[in-house]
Design a protein around this ligand. Structure first.
Ligand code: NAD
Length: 443
């Protein structure tokens, strides 16, 4: 148990064993995700198994460097000391994961927590029982129960865990449950990372390359059947090109999933009956101009484009989290700001434009977790960049080094030799104030 906290080599051994176990169970995971919501094998490999494997490999490459005590220049007051920042594990960490990327969003924070030397209790989602069982098998093969333990179950299990005292809580899920987690953490002043959601807008300017834009929006929106926290939630298109954009989106959907997406092996299903019903109800909250078909037994909903959505509807007030894409228009930047500004700060924002200056202006104008210019979702995939929300879309971040930092306390220590004393700081202070004031200007 202590080995994880103090021995970097041991952490690396464990991470290597975890990587090997994931490779050994990859086929079972592909099968499990297919059973849970017919996630296509390609998407499982790219966004779940190989994603986590690459995450572990990247961590193994950099861990020695990240974990090394960091020397910093002393200040005038700490001179001639040696000043260092130590990264210390928090201790025992609770990770609560959602269902939409059930393997990646459970394992990726776990990798960061282990890299930083913490013990972990992991609660995967109850809505993906096959994947969650697979996670438990993998973890029990690699870790001792007092290092990492998986607790299966629903909200009641999560609440029982939240009632305990933790050294850190890392939660990925909805805003509503995020508030419950933050309240529980506050009882013990436990630090938290909240990876939440929101309505992520996708702005399309009149000068954007519409064919390329449509292809990239369709990919980011309909991967995982729209059940992605950073999927474009709605489009805001320049009114002058909205018809051409709609046409290009329709074309891109046909190219990706064919005339009958229900028969496509590349298109996932909705996670649960409840979510399916929620989404089907939204279909009547605007004009369906493309798609709109659905089937209860398979929990299927076609990739759907909606125009003229009702502003006060659930479709336009809540995070959609499914394959429905409302297309709205704007005529000037003021309207753009007003339409985006009515929502809480989103997790992602996308801008498509041929003008880098204009796109960058939008990026600087709005507050959001992270995003792309001329693409969707892809910012998630650079481990050198932090991933996380702001305001209601979350607090804190992870990925790569950022994840290691999230799960580490930064402990500042100054080490003083017994020579080089500055007697000025010791009482009695009489006659010292003037000179101290002068010196302090240079600190
Ligand atoms: P959710 O909040 O319903 O559930 C997440 C986890 O919390 C599950 O493990 C669940 O068992 C637990 N939980 C549910 N109700 C609880 C309660 N009352 N008390 C304590 N724990 C409870 O979220 P979800 O439906 O699994 O996931 C979808 C949401 O997650 C979306 O809002 C999406 O935007 C967000 N999300 C965010 C990210 C991100 O990285 N920021 C990634 C994926 C999903």
């Amino acid at each position: 148990m202590m080995k994880l906290a103090t021995d970097i080599r041991y952490r690396k051994e464990k991470l290597k064993a975890l990587r090997a176990a994931i490779i050994a169970h990859e086929e079972a995971l592909i099968e499990a995700l297919y059973c849970d919501f017919r996630k296509p094998a390609f998407e499982t490999v790219v966004t779940e198994t190989q994603y986590v494997i690459a995450d572990i490999s990247y961590t193994l490459t950099h861990l020695n460097h990240w974990a090394k005590p960091q020397w910093v220049w002393p200040s005038l007051l700490t001179f001639p000391n040696t000043d260092r920042i130590y990264r210390q594990p928090y201790g025992e960490v609770l990770i609560i994961a959602p269902w939409n990327y059930p393997f990646q969003l459970a394992l990726s924070p776990l990798v960061a927590a282990i890299a930083a030397g913490n013990r972990v209790v992991l609660k995967p989602s109850e809505l993906t029982p096959h994947t969650s069982a697979c996670i438990q098998t993998i973890i029990s093969e690699v870790f001792y129960p007092d290092e990492v333990r998986v607790e299966l179950g629903d909200a009641t299990v999560a609440q029982r865990l939240l009632a305990q005292r933790w050294d850190y809580i890392f939660f990925t899920g909805s805003v509503a449950v995020g508030k419950i987690v933050a309240a529980a953490a506050a009882q013990h002043l436990t630090p938290v990372t909240l990876e939440l959601g929101g309505k992520s807008p996708c702005i399309v300017a009149a000068d954007a390359d519409l064919k390329g834009t449509a292809r990239r929006i369709v990919w980011g929106k309909f991967i995982n059947a729209g059940q992605t926290c950073i999927a474009p939630d709605y489009i805001l298109a320049d009114a002058r090109i909205i018809e051409q954009l709609q046409e290009a989106l329709q074309q891109a959907i046909l190219e990706a999933y064919g005339k009958n997406p229900q028969g496509s092996p590349d298109y996932a299903r909705i996670i649960s009956d409840k979510h399916w019903q929620r989404l089907v109800a939204m279909l009547s909250e605007g004009s369906v101009v493309f798609g709109g078909t659905y089937e209860a037994e398979e929990r299927y909903i076609a990739p759907t484009l909606i125009r003229n959505p009702i502003a006060s509807s659930t479709l336009m007030q809540e995070e959609i989290f499914g394959p429905l894409l409302p297309i709205l228009s704007y005529t000037n930047e003021g309207e753009l700001q007003q339409k985006i500004g009515q929502f809480e700060k989103p997790l992602a924002l996308y801008v498509f434009s041929n003008s880098t200056a204009w796109a960058q202006k939008q990026i600087e104008t709005f507050r959001f977790g992270g995003g792309c210019i001329n693409d969707t979702v892809l910012h998630f995939n650079n481990k050198r960049m932090p991933f996380g929300g702001v305001g209601h879309s979350g607090m804190g971040s992870y990925h790569g080094h950022w994840g290691f930092e999230t799960f580490s306390h930064r402990k500042a220590v100054t080490q003083k030799p017994f020579w080089g004393e500055v007697p000025m700081r010791f009482a009695p202070y009489r006659g010292k104030l003037k000179i101290v004031k002068k010196i302090m200007r240079y600190l």
